[in-house]
Design a protein around this ligand. Sequence first.
Ligand code: FAD
Length: 328
Amino acid sequence: MNNGILIWAEVTRESYVHPVTFELASKAKELSEKKNNIPVTALVCLTDEPSEDFKEAFCINGFDKVFYLKSDKFKTYKSDLFAKAVIGAVQSICPEIMLIGATCQGRDLAPRISTALHTGLTADCTALDINEEGKLAATRPTFGGQLMATILSKNTPQMATVRPKVFKFSADSERKNTEFIRLDVNEDTLISNIEVVDFKKKFSSSLNEIDSAEIIVAGGRGMQSKEGFELLKQLAVKLGGVVGASRLAVEMGLADASCQVGQTGKSVCPKLYIACGISGALQHTVGIDKDTKIIAINSDKNAEIFKVANYGIVGDAFEIIPQLIEDL
Ligand SMILES: Cc1cc2nc3c(=O)[nH]c(=O)nc-3n(C[C@H](O)[C@H](O)[C@H](O)COP(=O)(O)OP(=O)(O)OC[C@H]3O[C@@H](n4cnc5c(N)ncnc54)[C@H](O)[C@@H]3O)c2cc1C
């Protein structure tokens, strides 16, 4: 039996369901409509029975069913233990398609599942669709971002990972009567060779939380120095935004890797993105949501960034940004 589109519901260390779960649900509902409304389901590992609040989140996000495994051993994520439990569950659910958020946990878990089930996995997809044969068409950048490739899987489940914020979350107008199904888990098999000793949260200032920012002032190699990035910070503070960066800027040590936007950085969906001294390589722009308004500041009038920008300022960022700061 093929049990629809299964989404891995990641429970974070702070005990909430990772938002990417619901972003994937919105996309899965679109895919399901193209496949005679096959069910959209979730799989989650819990330490307790699901609470009413927990259930409500899945009902309002339109899941048909939620399969859950329960054990005290799911308190802390351990690759080997979770993989064993999840692989067993996926085998019994038999989904046609499985979607996983490309979070740290999802990136760790997804290849373990696909390897064990001898199926393909398309990682870090930027688009998902159903082709004319009813197969999952998973699109991602390839050849260093020069091409977008649409990949089909020969086997089931057809698996894909998608980074947070790539798909928009849209709650349903109607609440679903979601069915919650507890799957058996053999506690004896939940053995791990991993001992988690400690968690250390990496320090992050509000100036590099680009994931949820509404305004991002991003800099590239054209900002040249730490002083250049200092200007970006001043502009970001004036606008109530945060600082982002291109990969070259990160490699030059001008910004932290957590600020990197693009194919190997983060996908962002602010309302406004101000790209300063960024050439606009596809590997960078693929990380910016298509609905974001982009203002580009670049001294080269032929820079690629002007092809995707809504507004362009041709000129020296070191003259323009101080003027903007002063005007603001
Ligand atoms: C597999 C792969 C993955 C990648 N992933 C990413 C990714 O996630 N994110 C990413 O960003 N890149 C990524 N890249 C790199 C990407 O291809 C580009 O090399 C990079 O984005 C270019 O960075 P940049 O725009 O800062 O630098 P450049 O391309 O060097 O552009 C600098 C720009 O600054 C302008 N400039 C110079 N001086 C000034 C000035 N005074 N005022 C205004 N403008 C000025 C120049 O005209 C130029 O357009 C990836 C590449 C590969 C192969």
